[in-house]
Design a binder for this molecule. Structure first.
Ligand code: PEP
Length: 253
Protein backbone atom coordinates (compact mmCIF):
# COMPACT_ATOMS: atom_id res chain seq x y z
CA UNK A 1 0.00 0.00 0.00
CA UNK A 2 1.23 3.49 -0.85
CA UNK A 3 2.12 5.94 1.90
CA UNK A 4 -1.11 7.76 1.08
CA UNK A 5 -3.69 5.46 -0.51
CA UNK A 6 -6.05 6.93 -3.10
CA UNK A 7 -9.75 6.05 -3.13
CA UNK A 8 -11.61 7.38 -6.17
CA UNK A 9 -15.37 7.18 -6.70
CA UNK A 10 -16.59 6.93 -10.28
CA UNK A 11 -20.23 7.97 -10.38
CA UNK A 12 -20.52 7.04 -14.09
CA UNK A 13 -23.83 8.29 -15.58
CA UNK A 14 -25.44 8.67 -12.19
CA UNK A 15 -26.31 11.73 -10.20
CA UNK A 16 -28.15 15.01 -10.33
CA UNK A 17 -27.88 17.89 -7.87
CA UNK A 18 -29.88 15.71 -5.47
CA UNK A 19 -26.60 13.77 -4.96
CA UNK A 20 -24.70 16.80 -3.63
CA UNK A 21 -25.41 15.90 0.03
CA UNK A 22 -23.56 12.59 -0.56
CA UNK A 23 -20.54 14.50 -1.86
CA UNK A 24 -20.70 16.83 1.15
CA UNK A 25 -20.86 13.91 3.58
CA UNK A 26 -17.86 12.26 1.89
CA UNK A 27 -15.97 15.54 2.05
CA UNK A 28 -16.73 16.07 5.75
CA UNK A 29 -15.42 12.60 6.58
CA UNK A 30 -12.32 13.17 4.42
CA UNK A 31 -11.59 16.37 6.34
CA UNK A 32 -11.35 14.39 9.55
CA UNK A 33 -8.46 12.28 8.27
CA UNK A 34 -5.47 12.99 6.09
CA UNK A 35 -4.14 9.47 5.70
CA UNK A 36 -6.17 8.66 2.60
CA UNK A 37 -6.61 10.82 -0.48
CA UNK A 38 -10.27 10.76 -1.48
CA UNK A 39 -11.75 11.91 -4.79
CA UNK A 40 -14.97 11.75 -6.78
CA UNK A 41 -15.52 11.72 -10.53
CA UNK A 42 -19.14 12.80 -11.02
CA UNK A 43 -20.70 13.21 -14.47
CA UNK A 44 -19.63 16.35 -16.41
CA UNK A 45 -22.82 18.16 -15.37
CA UNK A 46 -21.93 17.95 -11.68
CA UNK A 47 -18.19 18.72 -11.74
CA UNK A 48 -18.61 22.42 -11.05
CA UNK A 49 -21.34 21.92 -8.44
CA UNK A 50 -19.38 19.23 -6.55
CA UNK A 51 -16.20 21.35 -6.78
CA UNK A 52 -18.07 24.24 -5.11
CA UNK A 53 -19.53 22.05 -2.38
CA UNK A 54 -16.35 20.35 -1.16
CA UNK A 55 -13.15 21.50 0.52
CA UNK A 56 -10.99 18.45 0.96
CA UNK A 57 -11.71 15.84 -1.66
CA UNK A 58 -10.49 15.98 -5.25
CA UNK A 59 -12.95 16.31 -8.10
CA UNK A 60 -12.34 14.80 -11.50
CA UNK A 61 -13.99 13.89 -14.79
CA UNK A 62 -14.65 10.51 -16.37
CA UNK A 63 -13.40 11.33 -19.87
CA UNK A 64 -12.24 14.16 -22.13
CA UNK A 65 -11.87 14.77 -25.85
CA UNK A 66 -8.31 14.78 -27.28
CA UNK A 67 -8.75 18.11 -29.12
CA UNK A 68 -8.38 21.50 -27.43
CA UNK A 69 -11.58 22.89 -28.92
CA UNK A 70 -13.50 22.91 -32.18
CA UNK A 71 -16.45 21.40 -34.02
CA UNK A 72 -17.02 18.31 -31.85
CA UNK A 73 -20.67 18.41 -30.96
CA UNK A 74 -21.40 16.94 -27.55
CA UNK A 75 -17.75 16.57 -26.54
CA UNK A 76 -15.83 18.24 -23.72
CA UNK A 77 -12.14 19.15 -23.75
CA UNK A 78 -9.57 18.70 -20.99
CA UNK A 79 -9.30 22.50 -20.62
CA UNK A 80 -13.08 22.73 -20.12
CA UNK A 81 -13.18 20.17 -17.35
CA UNK A 82 -10.19 21.85 -15.69
CA UNK A 83 -12.07 25.15 -15.93
CA UNK A 84 -15.07 23.51 -14.23
CA UNK A 85 -12.87 22.53 -11.28
CA UNK A 86 -11.62 19.05 -12.19
CA UNK A 87 -8.10 18.20 -11.11
CA UNK A 88 -7.94 14.79 -12.77
CA UNK A 89 -9.61 12.72 -15.45
CA UNK A 90 -10.27 9.00 -15.71
CA UNK A 91 -9.11 7.75 -19.13
CA UNK A 92 -9.38 4.41 -20.90
CA UNK A 93 -12.21 3.05 -18.77
CA UNK A 94 -13.47 -0.22 -20.28
CA UNK A 95 -16.96 1.28 -20.58
CA UNK A 96 -15.43 3.90 -22.91
CA UNK A 97 -13.27 1.37 -24.73
CA UNK A 98 -16.16 -1.06 -25.24
CA UNK A 99 -19.17 1.24 -25.46
CA UNK A 100 -17.52 4.00 -27.52
CA UNK A 101 -14.93 2.06 -29.49
CA UNK A 102 -11.95 3.80 -27.86
CA UNK A 103 -8.70 2.14 -28.88
CA UNK A 104 -5.22 2.52 -27.39
CA UNK A 105 -4.32 5.28 -29.88
CA UNK A 106 -7.31 7.40 -28.85
CA UNK A 107 -6.63 6.82 -25.16
CA UNK A 108 -3.02 7.93 -25.75
CA UNK A 109 -4.21 11.11 -27.51
CA UNK A 110 -6.51 11.87 -24.58
CA UNK A 111 -3.62 11.36 -22.14
CA UNK A 112 -1.57 13.92 -24.05
CA UNK A 113 -4.46 16.39 -24.01
CA UNK A 114 -5.19 15.90 -20.32
CA UNK A 115 -1.58 16.25 -19.18
CA UNK A 116 -1.22 19.27 -21.47
CA UNK A 117 -4.18 20.89 -19.70
CA UNK A 118 -2.51 20.34 -16.33
CA UNK A 119 -4.75 17.48 -15.21
CA UNK A 120 -3.68 14.34 -13.40
CA UNK A 121 -4.84 11.11 -14.99
CA UNK A 122 -6.33 7.88 -13.69
CA UNK A 123 -5.47 5.50 -16.50
CA UNK A 124 -7.61 2.37 -16.64
CA UNK A 125 -6.54 -1.00 -17.99
CA UNK A 126 -7.99 -4.47 -17.74
CA UNK A 127 -8.71 -7.65 -19.61
CA UNK A 128 -11.94 -9.42 -20.60
CA UNK A 129 -12.86 -12.78 -19.14
CA UNK A 130 -12.02 -14.40 -22.47
CA UNK A 131 -8.50 -12.96 -22.36
CA UNK A 132 -8.03 -14.05 -18.75
CA UNK A 133 -9.22 -17.56 -19.52
CA UNK A 134 -6.79 -17.76 -22.43
CA UNK A 135 -3.90 -17.05 -20.05
CA UNK A 136 -2.98 -13.76 -21.77
CA UNK A 137 -4.25 -11.27 -19.19
CA UNK A 138 -0.84 -9.89 -18.19
CA UNK A 139 0.40 -9.58 -21.76
CA UNK A 140 -2.82 -7.77 -22.72
CA UNK A 141 -2.85 -5.32 -19.80
CA UNK A 142 0.85 -4.48 -20.11
CA UNK A 143 0.29 -3.93 -23.84
CA UNK A 144 -2.47 -1.41 -23.10
CA UNK A 145 -0.16 0.39 -20.70
CA UNK A 146 2.85 0.44 -23.06
CA UNK A 147 0.73 2.28 -25.64
CA UNK A 148 -0.45 4.77 -23.04
CA UNK A 149 2.99 5.34 -21.52
CA UNK A 150 4.29 6.64 -24.84
CA UNK A 151 2.35 9.85 -24.08
CA UNK A 152 3.15 10.13 -20.39
CA UNK A 153 5.84 12.76 -19.99
CA UNK A 154 6.03 13.02 -16.23
CA UNK A 155 4.96 9.76 -14.55
CA UNK A 156 5.31 10.58 -10.81
CA UNK A 157 2.25 11.78 -8.98
CA UNK A 158 0.36 12.89 -12.07
CA UNK A 159 -0.16 9.31 -13.15
CA UNK A 160 -2.42 6.86 -11.35
CA UNK A 161 -3.13 3.47 -12.89
CA UNK A 162 -6.35 1.57 -12.24
CA UNK A 163 -6.34 -2.15 -12.96
CA UNK A 164 -9.93 -3.12 -13.60
CA UNK A 165 -10.65 -6.60 -14.97
CA UNK A 166 -13.70 -6.02 -17.16
CA UNK A 167 -15.56 -9.04 -15.85
CA UNK A 168 -15.30 -7.71 -12.30
CA UNK A 169 -16.82 -4.29 -13.01
CA UNK A 170 -20.35 -3.91 -11.70
CA UNK A 171 -20.82 -7.67 -11.40
CA UNK A 172 -20.41 -8.06 -7.64
CA UNK A 173 -17.56 -10.50 -8.37
CA UNK A 174 -14.13 -9.04 -7.65
CA UNK A 175 -10.96 -10.68 -8.97
CA UNK A 176 -9.12 -13.21 -6.79
CA UNK A 177 -6.54 -11.79 -4.42
CA UNK A 178 -3.69 -13.76 -6.00
CA UNK A 179 -4.60 -12.54 -9.48
CA UNK A 180 -4.84 -8.93 -8.29
CA UNK A 181 -1.47 -9.18 -6.53
CA UNK A 182 0.22 -10.75 -9.56
CA UNK A 183 -1.13 -8.13 -11.98
CA UNK A 184 -0.28 -5.20 -9.73
CA UNK A 185 3.25 -6.54 -9.30
CA UNK A 186 3.63 -6.81 -13.07
CA UNK A 187 2.31 -3.27 -13.57
CA UNK A 188 4.73 -1.92 -10.94
CA UNK A 189 7.64 -3.60 -12.73
CA UNK A 190 6.55 -2.06 -16.04
CA UNK A 191 6.33 1.41 -14.46
CA UNK A 192 9.84 0.93 -13.08
CA UNK A 193 11.23 -0.25 -16.41
CA UNK A 194 9.52 2.60 -18.24
CA UNK A 195 10.03 5.53 -15.88
CA UNK A 196 12.55 4.49 -13.22
CA UNK A 197 12.60 3.60 -9.54
CA UNK A 198 11.35 6.93 -8.20
CA UNK A 199 8.30 6.92 -10.45
CA UNK A 200 7.59 3.30 -9.54
CA UNK A 201 7.39 4.38 -5.90
CA UNK A 202 5.21 7.41 -6.65
CA UNK A 203 2.72 6.08 -9.19
CA UNK A 204 -0.29 4.67 -7.39
CA UNK A 205 -1.85 1.51 -8.75
CA UNK A 206 -5.53 1.16 -7.85
CA UNK A 207 -7.70 -1.91 -8.12
CA UNK A 208 -11.24 -1.55 -9.47
CA UNK A 209 -14.02 -4.07 -9.92
CA UNK A 210 -16.79 -4.68 -7.38
CA UNK A 211 -14.89 -3.17 -4.46
CA UNK A 212 -17.22 -2.75 -1.48
CA UNK A 213 -16.81 -2.22 2.26
CA UNK A 214 -16.94 -6.00 2.81
CA UNK A 215 -13.97 -6.87 0.57
CA UNK A 216 -11.98 -3.61 0.58
CA UNK A 217 -9.77 -4.43 3.52
CA UNK A 218 -8.30 -7.62 2.10
CA UNK A 219 -7.81 -6.09 -1.36
CA UNK A 220 -6.21 -2.92 -0.01
CA UNK A 221 -3.88 -4.97 2.17
CA UNK A 222 -2.14 -6.42 -0.91
CA UNK A 223 1.42 -5.17 -1.38
CA UNK A 224 1.09 -3.32 -4.69
CA UNK A 225 -2.49 -2.12 -4.27
CA UNK A 226 -2.40 1.60 -3.49
CA UNK A 227 -6.11 2.29 -3.42
CA UNK A 228 -9.33 1.61 -5.28
CA UNK A 229 -11.43 2.92 -8.14
CA UNK A 230 -14.99 2.40 -6.99
CA UNK A 231 -18.12 2.48 -9.14
CA UNK A 232 -21.41 1.31 -7.61
CA UNK A 233 -20.30 1.54 -3.99
CA UNK A 234 -19.32 5.22 -4.42
CA UNK A 235 -22.93 6.29 -4.96
CA UNK A 236 -23.72 6.41 -1.27
CA UNK A 237 -21.52 8.15 1.29
CA UNK A 238 -22.05 5.27 3.70
CA UNK A 239 -20.66 2.52 1.47
CA UNK A 240 -17.93 4.71 -0.06
CA UNK A 241 -16.71 5.79 3.36
CA UNK A 242 -16.68 2.14 4.44
CA UNK A 243 -14.02 1.63 1.76
CA UNK A 244 -12.11 4.77 2.78
CA UNK A 245 -12.07 3.54 6.36
CA UNK A 246 -10.81 0.12 5.26
CA UNK A 247 -7.83 1.93 3.72
CA UNK A 248 -7.18 3.84 6.95
CA UNK A 249 -7.45 0.69 9.09
CA UNK A 250 -5.10 -1.18 6.82
CA UNK A 251 -2.63 1.68 7.00
CA UNK A 252 -2.75 1.61 10.79
CA UNK A 253 -2.44 -2.17 10.99
C1 PEP B 1 -15.64 1.08 -12.32
O1 PEP B 1 -16.47 1.16 -13.20
O2 PEP B 1 -14.63 1.77 -12.37
C2 PEP B 1 -15.90 0.13 -11.25
C3 PEP B 1 -14.88 -0.34 -10.59
O3 PEP B 1 -17.21 -0.22 -11.01
P1 PEP B 1 -17.76 -1.17 -9.83
O4 PEP B 1 -17.07 -0.75 -8.56
O5 PEP B 1 -19.23 -0.89 -9.79
O6 PEP B 1 -17.43 -2.57 -10.20
Amino acid sequence: MAERPFIVGNWKMNGTRAMLPEARAIDRAAQRQMKVEVALAPPFTLIHAVHREVEQIGVGAQDCHPAKDGAYTGDISAAMIADAGAKFVILGHSERREGHGEDDALVAAKIEAALGAGLRIVLCCGESLETRDSGRAEEFVLGQLRHAFAKVVDAGERLTIAYEPIWAIGTGRSAGLEDIAAMHGAIRRLVKDSFGTQAAAQVRILYGGSVKPENAREILALADVDGALVGGASLSAESFLGIVHAAIDDDAA
